[in-house]
Write a protein that binds this ligand. Structure first.
Ligand SMILES: [Cu+2]
Length: 160
């Protein structure tokens, strides 16, 4: 005769609830990552914030076309503006953002997209996005960075 481990009814129910919650979380992570396209912002490079705008891509920030329909946007955040403040790309473009700060911590959030990164002096934050709809997308600083914080914004325009 096989012996069966006795598990109290309430204990069993709580075990089932715990396992169910873990499965729900795992499904939520998979849906966010694969169906909704959430990305983890990456650190693509470490730089010296005092010299980053003297040489290299951040000396001349802006948009570069790397292949047809693929762009790289180099953006410098400093109190209290983004350089460049205006970006324009054709509809259907994929843009990889490279953003760094030359002073304090800033944020970069592009309205109506999943692009939302912290901009930290000393590192280059990166995220990509494909713009399937034309229109204008405002980007704002999302980390309080001083008295001019509210004026720290710009616009990315997607043209047909
Ligand atoms: Cu800021």
């Amino acid at each position: 005769m096989s012996e069966k481990l006795h598990i109290d009814k309430y204990e069993k129910n709580w075990m089932l609830i715990s396992i169910t919650i873990l499965i729900v979380f795992a499904v939520a992570v998979l849906v966010a990552g694969f169906a909704l396209g959430f990305q983890l912002p990456g650190v693509s490079d470490r730089v010296d914030p005092r010299t980053v705008s003297q040489a290299g891509p951040f000396a001349d920030p802006g948009l570069r076309e790397v292949s047809p329909g693929h762009y790289e946007a180099y953006i410098v955040a400093r109190a209290w503006s983004f350089v460049p403040r205006e970006i324009e790309v054709p509809v259907g473009s994929t843009v990889t953002f490279y953003i760094t700060s030359t002073d304090v911590q800033h944020g970069f959030k592009l309205q109506n997209t999943n692009v939302n990164v912290m901009v930290v002096p000393g590192q280059v934050s990166t995220l990509s996005h494909t713009f399937d709809d034309s229109g204008s997308y405002d980007f704002v600083c999302t980390e309080y960075c001083g008295s001019g914080h509210a004026a720290m914004f710009g616009t990315l325009t997607v043209v047909p």
